[in-house]
Design a protein around this ligand. Structure first.
Ligand code: SF4
Ligand code: SF4
Length: 103
């Protein structure tokens, strides 16, 4: 089964987090959630590498390479005016979509 947390580029350093919760506000997939005075990654497999969390984190506690994963593939397909093959971005592992499409 495709493990998007291992295979995507999202990395979180809780030592830097001071709990401003910006990442929970901007993430469209609820990947982060409040935990005590910080956040924790609660849905890593939902990350589509859009980069919003990293761009908005004032503590540089999050790193993600946007533009290399599912989000980029989906945007590219949209710009080309085509549906992605079989409703996925094409980066599925053993046949299961990794970008949430088809769920
Ligand atoms: S890169 Fe986008 S989808 Fe992934 S955790 Fe950050 S805001 Fe959420
Ligand atoms: S945006 Fe950064 S500092 Fe703020 S809660 Fe999220 S990880 Fe922590």
């Amino acid at each position: 089964m495709f493990d998007s947390y291992r295979e995507n580029t999202l990395r979180y350093n809780p030592e830097r987090c001071f709990g401003c919760l910006r990442c929970t506000e901007v993430c469209p997939h609820g990947v982060f959630a409040r935990r005590d005075r910080r956040v924790e990654v609660v849905g890593p497999e939902e990350c589509m590498e859009c980069g919003a969390c990293a761009r908005n984190c004032p503590a540089q506690a999050i790193e993600v390479q946007s533009g290399v994963g599912c989000a980029w593939a989906m945007i590219g397909a949209a710009l080309r005016g085509r549906d992605m093959d079989s409703g996925t971005c094409g980066c599925e592992g053993d046949g299961e979509p990794c970008c949430g499409s088809g769920r």
